[in-house]
Design a protein around this ligand. Structure first.
Ligand code: MGD
Ligand code: MGD
Ligand code: MO
Length: 765
């Protein structure tokens, strides 16, 4: 399967395990969550390291949880300010299993590539730099200096700087990401694709265009005051568990929660707060007051219908929409109202698949309230019309005047713990004149003026031999991107692929002709430079920058930090007499922060303020300042309905996360909340669809997509009956990425359509 040039597999084994199935859970967290968290931690790190590490996670003076980007509350819990999945993330990073030179001497890359992602990840932490030389079958040790020189040599060989690609994943720090972006531009390219191209890029585009800032407007405290929180396309119980505490507080203060999701996710049903004994012992807090089981990608019709119904009520009373707010701060309201008139209610309703009664409950609720927060994640962004999905959310908030006041606003819930910060400090493939000018003033070189490639552009550049060197600051490009076969081909076309990583993953095995593994310190580990402890900064999902300082002993004394690695590469490339002193910068991170302060607005006195508890970056939407937008007004948008050309037996598949994974890192084989144990190769199907296809529980199927005449197959999945809308399917990624064509992505944002893949199920006999 998946054989490529070096004869490696880009998919790994598809053998099935002995699956166990139970009823889906009806509550999240609770004591079982704590038990599972500690089991993972103790198994990977041992008891002492677990307790030391967990005790410092998300606490003042400690390190930022490497899992999601949810902010820390002002008053931290004395028991534990982490969640089950944060503990799993730490366990994964601070594991006491190591991948050393003996490991690589024992297995060829071809052998390792046959393993599952789960087996690969569980082999342990990377602890020394390794090289895979051309035509060799094994990785071998290499010194840091030799590794830097190899990279410099390959970069010097390129005909154009645009033949190199510098990818970033969102675990990096502000300091590392900034230095990396400076290096790429000094080298001469804006080829800076980023994991957020596959993630919240649609949010960035939609919010930038309508509100003048590509980030959310709310602060954590807004949740405590909100009257209504709407959660669309997000599974916080698994992916942002600490958000449940904020929702619990919202409910205690009288707020209502509306979940809009094809699935009735456990975390949106009930929550037993593990930090409160009373909560654990009781039935917990009901989270969603109303759940609208919308069909996949029918959020636009649903939001249009809600707006249409609100409009009718407003026509009668004049009090449902905030006309003064609309008049003062916005443009395009009349056009939107006229556009809504062109849609029939019945047409919208039948597209959503939701009952009118349930929608009316939401309309009644929204009609009377104006402290409304809308939260969303990948269920909205990863569609062809991902940008429109978010513009419809903005329409609703603007019409209600629900922005720039306590308890109201936009909340794109970010993925990786510093994905927002990386973008803030300059990881972007497009050109900002303001940024380039500031960079030129701070460093004295002229940054390239030509736009670079994003993730889908990078995939194409490599597959068509336009790029020759691929460097990744974290992440797992091969498994995370769409169209695994195409990405694998592109990686193998490269002369050199370089992975700066903490853990072994498939991108170390499906490589260029030559490949380097540059192991780095994790968030939780102490970073000493010339015996001086260094700290890093990160930005959370709500635009607050704060300090993160590792406290655990590094997994090996060969490990160095991301800034140091970047400084080493840059120094080898430019030489010692370059005007930028890369070694100095990467030895004392205060110096990098000084430069960030010079280049990026809002970082004034960052060295001082990041130590003093952190600070919020400027946010014009929060301040209702739309002066940077074309007419100095926030914008309503008229969006079209989504289109799917379905043929007989076609389904729409969403590729989602199980409870036991962090993107391509597989913590375990269970998805406890959905009642699936010991297997990831499952596809969730509506029982009536199973009947019409003649399928029974645990039948084995291949999932097949066909776009532009090309068939793609994900083999060997077990059918599970599930409460999912008819015509819709769900399965986990990365196993299903092989189905998503590289040229199917969202308009404007280029985010792969990971949540609406058209597929068929073919029974395997
Ligand atoms: N433990 C853990 N935490 C994580 C991650 C992880 O893998 N594991 N990943 C991190 C990252 S990078 C990110 S981006 C976030 C991801 O966080 P989420 O976006 O919550 O992750 P997904 O599993 O992709 O879930 C998407 C949700 O959207 C719903 N959905 C799918 N399609 C639609 C649709 O068309 N409309 C609506 N309304 N809903 C839809 C699905 O049923 C599912 O509940 O989590 C971050 N945190
Ligand atoms: N089909 C489908 N595909 C998807 C998605 C989906 O919902 N469906 N979601 C997309 C989303 S939202 C995202 S964000 C991308 C994620 O894409 P990536 O960010 O590329 O992938 P991750 O799996 O998060 O990367 C994990 C690897 O990062 C490395 N790592 C971990 N911590 C550190 C660190 O501190 N420093 C360094 N240098 N390396 C570290 C480890 O080696 C680990 O193996 O995947 C996308 N792909
Ligand atoms: Mo993400």
């Amino acid at each position: 399967m998946g054989d490529t040039k070096r004869n490696v597999s880009y998919l790994g084994s598809d053998k099935l395990n002995d699956i166990k199935i139970a009823e889906p859970a009806d509550y999240a967290a609770g004591i079982l969550g704590v038990k599972v968290a500690l089991e993972h931690a103790f198994k990977e790190m041992g008891v002492v390291k677990s307790l030391v590490g967990l005790n410092k996670m998300n606490q003042k003076g400690g390190f930022d949880c490497p899992s999601c980007a949810w902010p820390d509350p002002k008053k931290r819990s004395s028991i534990a300010e982490y969640c089950e999945n944060g503990a799993k993330a730490l366990a994964e990073e601070a594991t006491t299993k190591y991948v050393d030179r003996n490991f690589f001497a024992k297995y060829t890359v071809e052998e390792l590539s046959q393993w599952t992602d789960y087996q690969i990840g569980k082999s342990g932490r990377l602890i020394e730099p390794m090289v895979l030389r051309a035509d060799k079958s094994h990785y071998e040790p290499i010194s840091w200096q030799e590794a830097y020189e190899l990279i410099a040599e390959e970069l010097h060989k390129l005909k154009s700087p645009n033949e190199a690609i510098f990818y970033t994943s969102g675990r990096s720090s502000n300091e590392a990401a900034f230095l990396y972006g400076v290096f790429a531009r000094a080298f001469g390219t804006n080829n800076l694709p980023d994991c957020s191209n596959m993630c919240h890029e649609s949010s960035g585009v939609a919010l930038g265009e309508t509100l003048g800032i590509g980030k959310g407007s709310v602060k954590l405290e807004d949740f405590y005051e909100a009257e209504v929180v709407m959660i669309l396309g997000q599974n916080p119980g698994t992916n942002h568990p600490r958000m449940l505490s904020a929702l619990q507080k919202c409910k205690e203060n009288g707020g209502k929660i509306v979940a809009i999701n094809p699935l009735k996710e456990a975390g949106l049903s009930r929550f037993k707060n593990p930090q409160q004994l009373s909560s654990v012992l009781s039935t917990g807090t009901t989270i969603a007051d109303i759940h609208l089981p919308v069909k996949i990608n029918q959020d636009v019709p649903l939001l249009k219908l809600i707006l249409k119904k609100l409009k009718k009520l407003d026509n009668a009373s004049g009090k449902v929409f905030d006309h003064q707010f609309i008049e003062t701060y916005t443009e395009g309201f009349e056009e939107l109202m006229q556009d809504l008139d062109t849609y029939a209610e019945g047409e919208l309703l039948s597209a959503t698949g939701v009952t009118e009664e349930a929608i009316d409950q939401v309309v009644q609720l929204l009609a009377k309230k104006d402290k409304i927060i809308i939260c969303w994640a990948m269920g909205l962004t990863q569609h062809k019309n991902g940008v429109d999905n978010i513009k419809e959310c903005v329409n609703l908030l603007l019409a209600k005047g629900s922005l720039g006041k306590p308890g109201a606003g936009t909340c794109p819930v970010r993925g990786h713990s510093n994905v927002q910060g990386d973008r803030t400090v300059g990881i972007m493939h497009f050109v900002s004149e303001k940024f380039n000018k500031a960079l030129e003033e701070a460093f004295g070189f002229k940054p390239p003026a030509e736009e670079g490639v994003d993730v889908v552009g990078a995939m194409e550049a490599m597959a068509t031999n336009k790029a020759k060197v691929f460097v990744a600051l974290g992440g797992n490009f091969v498994s995370a991107t769409s169209d695994t076969a195409y990405t694998a081909l592109g990686m193998q076309n490269c002369e050199l692929t370089v992975q700066i990583s903490t853990k072994l993953n498939r991108s170390h095995l499906v490589t260029g002709k030559k490949a380097l593994i540059l192991p780095t310190l994790g968030r939780s580990e102490k970073d000493l430079r010339n015996k001086k402890p260094q700290y890093l900064t990160v930005e959370n999902s709500m635009g607050k920058v704060h300090r993160s300082k590792g406290i655990l002993k590094p997994a090996s004394d060969q490990l160095i930090s991301e800034p140091q690695i970047i400084g080493g590469i840059a120094n080898a490339y430019f030489g010692d007499d370059h005007p930028i002193d890369w070694i100095d910068l990467s030895t004392n991170y205060d110096l990098i922060r000084n430069k960030i302060e010079e280049v990026i607005a809002g970082f004034e006195a960052v060295n001082q303020r990041s130590k003093d508890g952190g600070f919020y970056l400027p946010n014009n939407a929060r301040e209702l300042d739309f002066s940077a937008l074309p007419n100095q007004k926030a914008k309503f948008s008229c969006c079209k309905l989504p289109e799917h050309q379905l043929e007989e037996n076609d389904f729409i598949l969403m590729t989602i996360r199980s409870h036991d994974q962090f993107n391509t890192t597989i913590y375990g084989l269970d998805d406890r909340y959905r009642g699936v144990y010991n297997e990831r190769r499952v596809v969730f199907v509506n029982p009536s669809d199973m009947e019409s296809l003649g399928l029974v529980k645990k039948d084995s199927v291949n999932i097949v997509s066909r776009y532009n005449g090309k068939e793609r197959i994900a083999k060997n999945f077990l059918v599970l009956p599930y409460d999912i809308p008819q015509g819709n399917l769900a399965a986990y990624f990365p196993e299903t990425n092989v189905l998503i064509p590289h040229d199917q992505y969202a308009d404007q944002s280029n985010t792969p359509i990971s949540k609406s893949v058209i597929v068929q199920l073919h029974k395997v006999d």
